[in-house]
Design a binder for this molecule. Structure first.
Ligand code: PAF
Length: 306
């Protein structure tokens, strides 16, 4: 594995790979890699000749009171993990390399950026869209891999790539869970022992929602109330929002039919956690994508079907 910190070096390595007819797969991350990130690298490894990953804690996507300074970092562990997953080129830019000057140009994906997490994190998705646009322009035409845990991020990135005709295919990969159902996140490192014990209530509530829909519930309002009730059983967890919406444009859904994203965000101690499931509802048939559990094969999607 080659590591590089310069934009020019990464651009020319990717150009050269493409000139030689090789497919480039790209996994952008902020590091502190966990099995969720590693599953993206594995997906990229399977589908491409050259795998590029980046680790960059992007200041532009953190609000002034957010956790930029304390965001967990582990460069040695991350390099070892990336190498073990077959990454060929690890891009580790410094802030000055990505932002030699404060950017006057940013990317705003209207509407999609303001709802759900965007409501309490103003500017966050502009920061994400801007850095992803920059990274895609550096790596060049490629297939880029994102986790479905950040469902809103995935929707924002997909729409940006489509609106700007960026030469990238965006692939959404399954959300990866710990054995007790907690969605994997670098920010889980902030959880105290008690908070970590409380955290599975979020997946428990989403699973109860999937069961209710499988049992015939089609009201978005009733589903959101069910989730709020389930989460309220755990006093350490403060629900920030629960949404039922379309996965691509995040339009709220009150009648549950077709593809439905059920998304939650909650404060657990000093951590802000997000989680979601996607339901595919066709009349009486329901397929629930609840994600995958970390120590099972990636292909084993937990399904509830009727
Ligand atoms: O999901 C993340 O880790 C980040 O938001 C991303 C996509 C790497 C952009 O900084």
């Amino acid at each position: 594995m080659i590591t590089a910190s310069g934009v020019a070096e990464v651009r020319s390595a990717c150009d050269e790979a493409r000139r030689a007819g090789r497919r480039v797969g790209f996994v952008p991350t902020m590091g502190f890699l966990h099995p969720g990130h590693r599953s993206l690298m594995r997906a990229a490894r399977v589908g491409n000749d050259v795998v590029v990953a980046s680790i960059f804690v992007n200041p532009l996507q953190f609000g002034p009171t957010e956790d930029l300074e304390r965001y967990p970092r582990d460069l040695a562990g991350d390099s070892a993990a990336a190498e073990a997953e077959g990454v060929d080129l690890l891009f580790l830019p410094a802030v000055d390399e990505m932002y030699p000057e404060p950017p006057l140009t940013t990317v705003h994906v209207a509407g999609l950026s303001e709802v759900l997490c965007g409501a309490s994190r103003p500017g966050h998705f502009d920061g994400v869209a801007t850095v992803v646009a920059k990274l895609l322009s550096i790596v060049g035409p490629c297939t880029a891999y994102f986790g479905r845990k950040d469902a809103q991020q995935l929707a924002v990135v997909r729409r940006m790539v489509s609106d700007l005709h960026l030469p990238a295919d965006v692939v959404g990969c399954p959300l990866v869970r710990e054995r007790d159902g907690v969605a994997m996140s670098s920010r889980n490192a902030y959880l105290s022992e008690e908070d970590r014990r409380a955290a599975p209530v979020l997946f428990g509530a989403l699973r109860a929602a999937a069961a209710a829909v499988t049992g015939g519930e089609r009201s978005g309002g009733a589903l959101r109330r069910l989730i709020a009730r389930e989460v309220a059983r755990e006093p350490r967890v403060a629900l920030e929002y629960v949404a039922t919406c379309r996965p691509d444009d995040l339009e709220p859904l009150d009648h549950l039919e077709g593809d439905v994203l059920v998304a939650v965000a909650a404060r657990v101690g000093s951590a802000r956690l997000i989680d979601n499931i996607t339901l595919c509802i066709r009349d009486a048939d329901v397929v629930a994508d609840l994600g995958v559990v970390t120590d099972r094969p990636e292909s084993e999607v937990l399904c509830a079907e009727r």
